[in-house]
Design a protein around this ligand. Structure first.
Ligand code: PEP
Length: 253
C-alpha cells in the first residue's frame, strides 16, 4: 500500500509568529487515517516548526548537495538531518525557473538527500507551451530520466514524486482530473518499466497546482493520485484542514 500524503509548501510567506501559529494549527487538525502530513516552511522557521510538530512532519523547501564549505547562503542536506528535518523539496519549478536549477544539479541534490536520510519530494511538470504543443509526456519523462531514474531500486523507493504542471501553479487553473490522471498513470508506468510492478505500485505520486478545498476530493479520487503538494491552500489552516480530512479521501473512493 502506498502512502497518502498532503504536503504544504509555504514558499517565502509568513512572519515567524505567523509560521509558528500556522504550524500549531496544522498540527492539531483532524487528520484522516493513514494520511501523512508534511509542512515545508521557510528555512528560517523550520526548527521552530519542528519543535511544535508532533502529528506532522517538517521539511525544507531547498538544500544544497555539498555537506559543508564555502557555499554562502546555502544549507546542506547534512545540516537538515542534524536539525531533525524529515524531507526536502527538489526540483520545484520556481527553483528551476528563478534559480536556474537544472536536471543535473537536481540529480546531485536527490543523491545527497538520500545519503543523509532526508525524504526527497521530487517535483516535475511541464510549462504551458509544452502542454499546448502536446509533448508533455515526453517532457516529464525526460525530467525523471535525467534526475531520478538512475537511482538503484533501494534508493528510488524512498522518493516521493510530485507532478506539478507549471501552468497550474499559483494560477487558479487546476489540471482536470483527466489531465492529472493521464500524467500520473504515465509516470507510474515509467516507474514500472524501470523498477518493476511492486515498486511502481508503492510509489507515492502527488499532484500539485492550484489544488484547493473545492477540487481536492476529485483529484485525490483519481486512481494514480496519492495526495497533493499544496501551495496557496496550505497557508490557511481552514483550507488545509479540508485536504487532510478523512471525508475528502473517502467519499469518492
Ligand atoms: C506549489 O507551489 O507547489 C503549488 C502547488 O502551489 P499552488 O497550490 O499555490 O498552485
Amino acid at each position: 500500500m502506498r502512502s497518502k500524503i498532503v504536503a504544504g509548501n509555504w514558499k517565502m510567506n509568513l512572519s515567524q509568529s505567523e509560521a509558528k501559529q500556522l504550524c500549531k494549527e496544522v498540527n492539531s487538525l483532524n487528520i484522516g487515517s493513514g494520511i501523512e502530513v508534511y509542512i515545508f516552511p521557510p528555512m528560517l522557521y523550520a526548527s521552530d516548526c519542528k519543535a511544535l510538530a508532533t502529528n506532522i512532519k517538517v521539511g525544507a523547501q531547498n538544500a544544497y548537495p555539498k555537506d559543508s564549505g564555502a557555499y554562502t547562503g546555502e544549507v546542506s542536506m547534512w545540516q537538515l538531518k542534524e536539525a531533525g528535518i524529515a524531507a526536502v523539496l527538489i526540483g520545484h519549478s520556481e527553483r528551476r525557473e528563478y534559480f536556474g536549477e537544472d536536471n543535473a544539479l537536481l540529480k546531485n541534490k536527490l543523491e545527497a538527500a538520500l545519503a543523509h536520510g532526508i525524504k526527497p519530494f521530487f517535483c516535475c511538470g511541464e510549462p504551458l507551451e509544452i502542454r499546448q504543443n502536446g509533448t508533455f509526456l515526453e517532457y516529464v519523462k525526460s525530467q525523471l530520466e535525467e534526475s531520478v531514474f538512475h537511482l538503484p531500486a533501494s534508493e528510488f523507493e524512498k522518493v516521493v514524486l510530485a507532478y506539478e504542471p507549471i501552468w497550474a501553479i499559483g494560477t487558479g487553473q487546476t489540471a482536470s482530473t483527466e489531465q492529472a490522471e493521464e500524467m500520473h498513470a504515465a509516470i507510474r508506468s515509467w516507474v514500472e518499466e524501470k523498477y518493476g510492478k511492486e515498486i511502481a505500485e508503492n510509489t507515492a505520486i502527488l499532484y500539485g497546482g492550484s489544488c484547493n478545498p473545492g477540487n481536492a476530493q476529485a483529484l485525490f479520487a483519481c486512481e494514480n493520485v496519492d495526495g497533493g503538494l499544496i501551495g496557496g491552500a496550505s497557508l490557511k489552516a481552514a483550507d488545509f484542514s479540508v485536504l487532510v480530512a478523512e471525508e475528502t479521501w473517502t467519499i469518492l473512493n
